[in-house]
Design a protein around this ligand. Sequence first.
Ligand code: PLP
Length: 513
Amino acid sequence: MDSLKFHHDPEENYSYSHMANPLDPEEFRRQGHIMIDFIADYYKNIEKYPVRSQVQPGYLRKSLPESAPLHPEAIETILRDVHDHIVPGITHWQSPSYFAYFPSSGSIAGFLGEMLSTGFNVVGFNWMSSPAATELENIVMDWLGDMLQLPKSLLFSGNGGGVLQGTTCEAIVCTMAAARDQILSRIGRDNIGRLVVYGSDQTHSALQKASQIVGINPNNFRAIKTTKSTEFALSPELLRLIICSDVEKGLVPLFLCATVGTTSTTSIDPLGELCDVAKDYGMWVHVDAAYAGSACICPEFRHLIEGVEGANSFSFNAHKWFFTTLDCCCLWVKNPSALIDSLSTNPEFLKNKASDSKKVVDYKDWQIALSRRFRALKLWLVLRSYGVVNLRNFLRSHVNMAEVFEKLVEENKRFEVVVPRKFAMVCFRISPSAISKDPSDDNENVMINEVNCKLLEAINASGNVYMTHAVVGGIFVLRCAIGATLTKGKHIVMAWKEVQGHADAVLRMYQSF
Ligand SMILES: *Cc1c(COP(=O)(O)O)cnc(C)c1O
């Protein structure tokens, strides 16, 4: 019936000649230019939009038709709807006044690399399916590993190797599965219920998710307590105590996730000492440097991953603070065959001479899915377009701006920096003494947190800047994470003015009670 209707449609006479082929090169050129212009204008005008989207849940269904169109629509029409209906529901991660979560620092090179990769649209599951996809990934991972001064044992040029995953969550699932199968092949598959996973109470929830997926008994997941006095770093002594007590109970230590740059406060776990403890128990150590790994290409930050040579794997997200579009998690492992043993399959339809020769990497065996994107291309474009020197300087400029913001907070008696800044993120709040006459009283703490929570909500409702929060050691902190590529010094000054203005209003409200 529908096809009949389509046949008699008056719009049939409209010229959609390119519909004969959805990949018509000339039409691609025309629409592609329109799209680039649209995105360039978006970046140019990005400061006109509220940073955090102000829409209410369900807003979009009210504006869009109830079903997909039967007939073609022009790109111009579609982009008008993007402008009218989609952009209001966008939280502008590329805005220079975006300071929430962690940055997703975009760049021309990252964008163009993504575009090129999408243009080729290859599915590089094994070497044969697009040799360049695998070989470029091998090369870029060694380049990056050298930039981070990772030990040779984690690089292809040693006996390890790197792979691009979508996200840190996937990287941890894969390494934990490898660790699990390595141990279970020694002690027997039916011992899975005895395996224990360790992290701190600051470790990203990705670790817990991975444990759930990999089949770890939920009672054997340890989030070891950290404290403000040690800047929320995982204590090697405490780790050892807890492992000892687990071993006494007949449990088997499996996996430790150490973090460089935790999500709440960018705390740094002491890698060297933690790896020493783990070594005594034969555990797999993964280093999660999702955010802060980028900074370690600067010599002045490299010491923060000292001790990484004792770890089994290391990952960081190039899609956070490294000018590469989502998604792009860089993972290196010391023993790729552990990954492969756990994740490989060998179906008939993928058999080929190159794989049989064992002279190539088949990345399908290093990840969860079979299909995979040509992500190395965008990383390669980023590295080549900017060069190591500029990449370091971009990162340093963000760190410098964070230093400025930190100083502004410190110089204002009403505010305090809650945890010393390590990279380009400042954790701060209105000082207890500005809110309460007796800040040491525990009941007062609730109010202190409430005032800071109100402050954050007021800041974000303004639409002028966007920051998010964390609760650490019972303290509600505002996080100002600097790293959006368009951010300049003036945006930091403006952000601080915004914070102060709202603090005036919020404090007045409380003091009038
Ligand atoms: C962002 C972040 C993650 C999660 O990264 P995904 O790529 O989204 O899985 C994990 N760990 C840390 C420390 C992070 O900051």
